[in-house]
Write a protein that binds this ligand. Structure first.
Ligand SMILES: [Zn+2]
Length: 103
């Protein structure tokens, strides 16, 4: 078992596993800002794309503004790549310039 320690040396609160449209909107706004910075700096933006399967009821709930709890049991695919240039992660690319997506 792993634990996250906060800056004050105390155990950090566990993140809320509930994913709601509002929470996703806030995260997306922050990510857009981070990508804009990386674009100016020509840096890769490494992301893990995780695909989960959900039920029809979950999908319906999500589109109606509800929440869906995602967990390790629903993961079907993962892929580490650069959000800007779509290149799969390789250690040799660390610190290298990212030119973004090819046209
Ligand atoms: Zn890149």
């Amino acid at each position: 078992m792993t634990a996250t320690i906060g800056a004050d040396g105390r155990p950090a609160a566990a993140p809320d596993p509930k994913l709601t449209p509002a929470r996703l909107a806030r995260a997306s706004e922050q990510f857009a800002s981070d990508v804009a910075y990386a674009t100016k700096a020509e840096e890769h933006v490494w992301v893990v794309a995780v695909t989960h399967t959900i039920t029809v009821d979950d999908a319906r709930s999500w589109t109606e503004g509800g929440q869906v709890v995602l967990g390790p049991d629903s993961i079907v695919l993962t892929h580490v790549r650069c959000f800007r240039c779509f290149t799969s992660f390789e250690p040799r690319l660390v610190g290298k310039r990212c030119r973004g997506a090819r046209q």
